[in-house]
Design a protein around this ligand. Structure first.
Ligand code: FAD
Length: 414
């Protein structure tokens, strides 16, 4: 049904990315990454760059295609068929590119955004610290101004591309006064892999392998002042904008993973026999298919509607609520769909004969990274309360439809 509501441009990009995913990604790449024989697939990023598929929304002069979020989410669903590691590496330029494109200087765009979109420079986002990822404003990395540079110290962990990336977007405190407002104490820096930047540990992961996720240590790293994005104290403001690509990329990518597992399980159910008949005929099986396709259509709907709402200029608070709802609903639904697929397949679905087990391991990250589901809820309720309580009430006063509505003495609020 979605082909009837997306634009021609989005349909074209969907076909283009689908063909790329089908023809240009060797099966061996995915297997080797899952077996951790490859820790950072540079050729994949180079290929994406050559096909001009990185950072579709960014202006053509900086290596993108000048497309919109609708096209981006449609493309992401296609890449999501690959699991979560390759889609994550596809998403990182969308995420770090947002900061550079919206808030960066022309030099930053030419030196980092453009080569990144061309598949010539590799990027990573270094936000999470060992002390915690959810409490963004509690960051403890510091950047102290010294002459024409900042001296960066501290640690970040779980950084995809800690091994492999050429440059990192790093949030660090520039106002070290403990009484300073945390929202204006942080700044965002583009940090090249250079002296003092060490990858200290590469994590063993349940899934999402081969992306070089590790812990980074910054020890007296000299960052030129021209690599600060938007100026001192603007990290918080940039972070609020970064929530959009962070969450929408995960929400959209998850759809591809769930879709492909549902396809495999549905086809399997038409072939596999038990008790003398194909398992498709058991209501316990075909109702799982029904539940799964309903969830998938609903998840895609919220993702696509969010993308279009943003494209049509929704205010940033509404964007933050919608991307959080999309990520929460899509990752939860897709996890359920992938589990349903495994259940339909029986024991063979749990083995490495089929890819469901890998995609299931991969997809578990969806509710954890780029903000956990709990943090999504925190934002959704916060933005909704603010929205509702500040709005002029235009609806009918339905409270007055209650038979005893005039019993004001019964309306106690504590
Ligand atoms: C494979 C992988 C890749 C990742 N890639 C990156 C990356 O490239 N760059 C990057 O910067 N980070 C990355 N992350 C980090 C990820 O975004 C964080 O792990 C995530 O944001 C949670 O932070 P945390 O692990 O420190 O958990 P914590 O913040 O310690 O949270 C622990 C638990 O407490 C809950 N919690 C915390 N605060 C609240 C609250 N106020 N209300 C309710 N519940 C709360 C959380 O939901 C969670 O369940 C990655 C993580 C993994 C595992």
């Amino acid at each position: 049904m979605f082909d009837y509501i997306i634009s021609e441009e989005a349909k074209n990009i969907k076909e283009e990315v689908r063909a790329f995913v089908r023809e240009e990604i060797p099966h061996t790449l995915i297997k080797k990454m899952d077996k951790e024989e490859i820790n950072y697939p540079i050729e994949y990023l180079q290929k994406l760059g050559k096909h001009n598929l990185i950072g579709l929304r960014f202006p053509k002069e900086f290596g993108g295609r000048g497309l919109n979020w609708e096209c981006e989410v449609v493309a992401l669903e296609e890449v999501g068929v690959l699991g979560s590691s390759l889609p994550c590496l596809y998403s990182l330029p969308i995420i770090t590119g947002e900061a550079m494109n919206m808030f960066g200087t022309k030099e930053q765009k030419l030196n980092y955004l453009k080569p990144m979109c061309e598949g010539k420079k590799y990027t990573a986002e270094a936000l999470t610290e060992p002390r915690g990822g959810s409490d963004f404003f509690g960051a403890t990395c510091t950047a102290v101004k010294k002459g024409d540079s900042y001296i960066l110290n501290g640690e970040k962990r779980f950084v995809v591309g800690a091994e492999g990336a050429d440059f990192f977007l790093v949030y660090a405190k520039t106002n070290l006064d403990p009484k300073a407002d945390p929202r204006s104490a942080l700044s965002l820096f583009i940090v090249d892999r250079c002296e003092g930047v060490e990858t200290e540990y590469i994590y063993g992961l349940l899934g999402t392998r081969g992306g070089g996720a590790g812990r980074l240590k910054f020890e007296n790293v000299k960052v030129p002042q021209e690599n600060i994005i938007m100026g001192e104290g603007k990290g918080g403001q940039i972070f609020y904008q970064m929530m959009v690509p962070e969450r929408l990329t995960t929400a959209a990518g998850s759809l591809g993973s769930a879709r492909t597992c549902l396809h495999i399980a549905t086809k399997y159910s038409t072939k596999r026999k038990a008790f003398g008949q194909t398992i498709k005929n058991f209501q316990a099986i075909n109702f799982k298919i029904a539940d799964s396709i309903t969830l998938l259509d609903a998840a895609r709907s919220i993702v696509l509607n969010t993308a279009k709402t943003i494209d049509n200029g929704a205010p940033s608070a509404l964007q933050r609520r919608l991307v959080s709802e999309s990520k929460k609903f899509s990752t939860k639904s897709c996890w359920k769909i992938i589990n349903n697929a495994m259940q339909i397949m029986g024991g063979i679905g749990y083995t490495t004969v089929y890819p469901i087990e890998r995609i299931l391991r991969d997809s578990r990250i969806g509710e954890l990274w780029t903000g956990t589901t709990e943090i999504m809820n925190l934002i959704i309720q916060h933005e909704y309360y603010k929205e509702l309580l500040s709005e002029k009430w235009l609806d009918r006063d339905v409270e007055k439809d209650a038979i005893d509505a005039d019993h004001e003495e019964e309306k106690h609020f504590g």
